[in-house]
Design a protein around this ligand. Structure first.
Ligand SMILES: [Mn+2]
Length: 289
């Protein structure tokens, strides 16, 4: 297994500079860095060629995440809006290829965070989303990109809440580059069993996020059954990347979107955050291989 971390652990706003994090995560013991793709449209091509140059020089792979804004909702009833979403993704995919990023993950089938007050038609949205994803998958394939559908807990999404719903969706899309994605933070709320969910995902599992129930980095005395989770991943022969996605500091748009209303870092400075991330990846590597 390969191990990565999401850059937003250290940030309060989405987007921004990713390059300084490449050498940082290498020093901390990771194999890869996950970056946010939602602001790729604001950067020109040289930003992405530089990103690729640095990541290749350091030997750190890059993966991409995106929580689609409402205007990029593939399940929308507004077909003109969906057309614009495809235009947005076309630009993102081209830039991902420039940067050497071959994996995009998140609630790509819907939008995030969901405004539940606006109401929704789940069966209709499912049908529209599957159709849109089939088009998006072909666009991504042209750039060598794998798409991973992250099952989100009920408070953040409604279309895919657990592994069964994710499998159902991925099988309906039926494209080689569209995969199931699970995250222990969401699984902790929705799944009957971590192990059964991972076993059921099997060969469909394309990406895996880890975090404690309160989104702190995994640790030996944490509350998740880390040993069983790792055993299940090894049992299904998972050879993708495990990305930790800790969020511990309140503030900014990140704090707002993630609903961080207290300081889970207990006043930690960047050096302490670094040490916690390094200890976490060491713990997982030793436990899971
Ligand atoms: Mn996640």
């Amino acid at each position: 297994m390969k191990y990565g971390i999401y850059y937003a652990y250290w940030e309060k706003e989405w987007g921004g500079e990713f390059i300084p994090y490449i050498s940082k995560v290498k020093t901390l013991g990771f194999d890869s860095l996950e970056v946010a793709c939602g602001a790729f449209h604001l950067e020109n091509d040289s930003f992405f060629t530089e990103l690729r140059k640095v990541s290749e020089a350091e030997g750190i792979a890059l993966t991409g995440g995106y929580g689609p804004r409402p205007e990029h909702n593939l399940a929308s009833t507004d077909s003109a809006a969906v057309k614009k979403a495809f235009d947005f993704y076309a630009d993102v995919f081209r830039k991902m290829e420039l940067a050497g990023i071959h994996l995009l993950c998140g609630a790509l089938y819907s939008y995030w965070p969901v405004d539940f007050k606006s109401g929704f038609d789940k069966p209709g949205d499912f049908e529209r989303s599957v159709k849109g994803m089939q088009t998006l998958a072909d666009m991504a394939a042209d750039h060598g990109i794998e798409l991973n559908m992250e099952a989100l807990n009920r408070f953040e999404g409604y279309l895919i809440n657990d592994c069964d719903e994710c499998l159902n969706y991925v099988k309906a899309v039926d494209k080689k580059n569209v995969h199931v994605m699970l995250d222990t933070f969401h699984m902790n709320i929705e799944e009957d069993s971590f192990v059964d969910a991972i076993r059921n995902a099997g060969k469909y599992l394309g990406h895996f996020h880890v975090g404690e129930g309160n989104r702190r980095p995994p640790y030996a005395k944490g509350r998740m059954p880390w040993k069983e989770i790792g055993d299940a991943l090894n049992e299904i022969g998972y050879d993708g990347t495990v990305v930790m996605e800790p969020f511990v500091r309140p503030g900014g748009q990140v704090g707002k979107d993630i609903s961080i209303w207290r300081d889970l870092s207990h006043g930690a400075d960047d050096a302490k955050l670094d040490a916690d991330a390094a200890a976490s990846v060491k713990f997982l590597r030793e436990l899971w291989g």
